[in-house]
Design a protein around this ligand. Structure first.
Ligand SMILES: CC(C)(COP(=O)(O)OP(=O)(O)OC[C@H]1O[C@@H](n2cnc3c(N)ncnc32)[C@H](O)[C@@H]1OP(=O)(O)O)[C@@H](O)C(=O)NCCC(=O)NCCS
Length: 149
């Protein structure tokens, strides 16, 4: 099977994918559906996620008019970025990395000196993913990682 197009520079996503701020209700619905599909939001927490999507900036990756990735930008309770996901079929094309970098740019512009995140339990590969883009584990027992911006 053909591999998806991928830029040599991880920060640059396939040109058909745009990273920008969420717009409108339809995209809010797509973001929440993505979070439910990827298991980051359980059905009981959908209302809370919808409130967060209105309270915090949400960056989305859009391909062919559809949301294929999202990241919420805090800080919320000391966490700088949260609800970070890419649809299964669009992974490994640099979209996730680009979303994190865009969130970092936004945090930096708002005067934040560091980005703090909480790594989802049950996927040890995520520590490697974040480590590759400059995050350090606070300590071995904790799922929190930090990057100086
Ligand atoms: C984490 C996530 C957003 C990454 O999105 P993505 O678009 O695939 O990320 P990238 O393409 O920028 O990944 C860059 C590299 O990290 C690797 N990587 C990404 N997620 C990984 C994981 N969970 N475990 C191991 N490696 C991972 C990719 O394979 C890629 O490496 P490669 O160059 O060898 O292909 C996506 O896997 C996802 O939505 N996961 C489910 C939700 C989730 O766990 N969110 C994070 C909560 S803390």
């Amino acid at each position: 099977m053909a591999q998806p197009e991928r830029s040599a520079n991880l920060g640059e996503v396939n040109h058909s994918v745009q990273i920008r701020e969420r717009q409108g209700e339809d995209e809010l619905n797509q973001v929440v559906n993505l979070l439910v599909e990827t298991g980051l939001v359980i059905p009981e927490k959908i209302v809370e996620a919808r409130i967060d999507a209105r309270m915090y900036p949400v960056l989305v990756a859009v391909k062919d008019g559809q949301v294929v990735g999202c990241i919420f930008v805090g800080p919320k309770l000391g966490i700088s970025v949260f609800y970070f996901a890419v649809t299964e079929e669009d992974r490994r094309q640099g979209i996730g990395t680009k979303l994190v970098y865009s969130a970092e740019d936004r945090l930096r512009s708002a005067g934040n000196g560091r980005c703090v995140l909480e790594v989802k339990k049950g996927d040890p590969g995520l520590f490697k993913f974040y480590g590759n883009i400059g995050y350090k584990q606070v300590d071995q027992q904790q799922s929190r990682m930090i990057k100086v911006l």
